[in-house]
Design a protein around this ligand. Structure first.
Ligand code: NAP
Length: 225
C-alpha cells in the first residue's frame, strides 16, 4: 500500500449489507482504513469483525453508526437500497462538505426490478447531488458489480463505469475501483449515471433469462491506461 492510501479513511454507509460488505472487504485488503456504517452501531461492529475474520485479522475495519462513519471519513460510499436513499443522505448531509461522495445505489422499484424506473431527478446519483448540495463532489460507481464478485478474491469479469460531478471526482473514484481490483472507466458527467444505473435492471433481466446470478459488462475497443 502507498503512503497516501494509509491516510485515507473510507466510510461505507449500509456496509452491513451485501454490496457494502464486499467493497469494504476489498478496500481493507488494499490498505484503506474502513468504517462500516449502519443504523445500528452494534450491527456494524459485528459486520466489521466478520470482515476482519476474512482478512485474518490484518487490515483496519471498524463498525459504527452511519453518521459517525461519515463524520470521520475522507471518502463516503453509500450502499443502501433505494427505499433508504433519501433518508440516509439526509442523515449524513452535515458531514459531507469537502469530501468525495460515491453513490452505489440503484433506484430499483420492487417488485419490477428488471424494468428501468428512474426517479424524477434523473437518477439516484443526481438525486444524491440535489440532496447533498452543490458543494459536494458526487461520483457514482459499482452499480453493475454483483456483491458475489466482491466477497471473493478472484478476478472480476465486469468493468466499472464511473460518472461524477467533476473529472477529479471521477479520477478519485477510479482509484478506489482499482484498489478493489477492478477496471474503472471515466464514463462522463453525473447525468450519465442514468445509463449505468439502468444497466443494472438489464443485467438482472439477463440473469433471469439465462440462469446466471452475476452478469456484468466489459468495455472493448479502448485502453484505459
Ligand atoms: N447486492 C448487489 O449485488 C448490488 C450490486 C450493485 C448495486 N447494488 C446496489 O447497492 C445498494 C445496496 O445493495 P445491497 O444488496 O447491499 O442491499 P442490502 O444488503 O439489502 O442493504 C444494505 C444495507 O442498507 C441498510 N438498509 C436496508 N434497508 C434499509 C432501510 N429501509 N432504511 C435504512 N437502511 C436500510 C441496512 O443496513 P443497517 O440495517 O445496518 O442500517 C442494510 O444492511 C442498493 O442500492 C443496490 O441496488 C447492489
Amino acid at each position: 500500500m502507498d503512503k497516501e492510501t494509509l491516510l485515507l479513511t473510507v466510510a461505507v454507509l449500509g456496509g452491513t449489507g451485501k454490496e457494502g460488505k464486499g467493497l469494504a472487504y476489498r478496500w481493507a485488503k488494499a490498505g484503506y482504513n474502513v468504517l462500516i456504517g449502519s443504523r445500528s452501531s452494534e450491527k456494524a461492529v459485528t459486520a466489521a469483525s466478520e470482515i476482519l475474520e476474512m482478512l485474518d485479522g490484518g487490515g483496519s475495519v471498524v463498525g459504527t453508526s452511519n453518521v459517525e462513519a461519515a463524520a470521520q471519513a475522507n471518502i463516503i460510499v453509500l450502499t443502501v437500497p433505494y427505499a433508504a436513499h433519501r433518508e440516509t443522505l439526509e442523515s449524513v448531509k452535515g458531514s459531507v462538505a469537502g469530501k468525495l461522495f460515491i453513490d452505489v445505489t440503484v433506484p430499483l422499484v420492487p417488485p419490477k426490478v428488471s424494468k428501468v424506473q428512474m426517479p424524477p431527478a434523473g437518477s439516484a446519483a443526481q438525486e444524491a447531488r440535489e440532496i447533498l448540495g452543490e458543494g459536494v463532489e458526487v461520483a457514482a460507481a459499482f452499480q453493475n458489480i454483483s456483491h458475489e464478485h466482491l466477497l471473493t478474491d478472484g478476478d472480476v469479469e465486469c468493468d466499472v463505469l464511473v460518472t461524477g460531478t467533476s473529472k477529479n471526482a471521477r479520477q478519485e473514484a477510479i482509484r478506489l475501483v482499482e484498489a478493489a481490483g477492478l477496471i474503472g472507466w471515466d464514463a462522463g458527467p453525473i447525468e450519465n449515471s442514468v445509463v449505468v444505473e439502468g444497466l443494472t435492471s438489464v443485467l438482472i433481466h439477463i440473469n433471469r433469462q439465462y440462469g446466471s446470478t452475476h452478469a456484468g459488462i466489459r468495455i472493448t475497443g479502448a485502453k484505459n491506461k
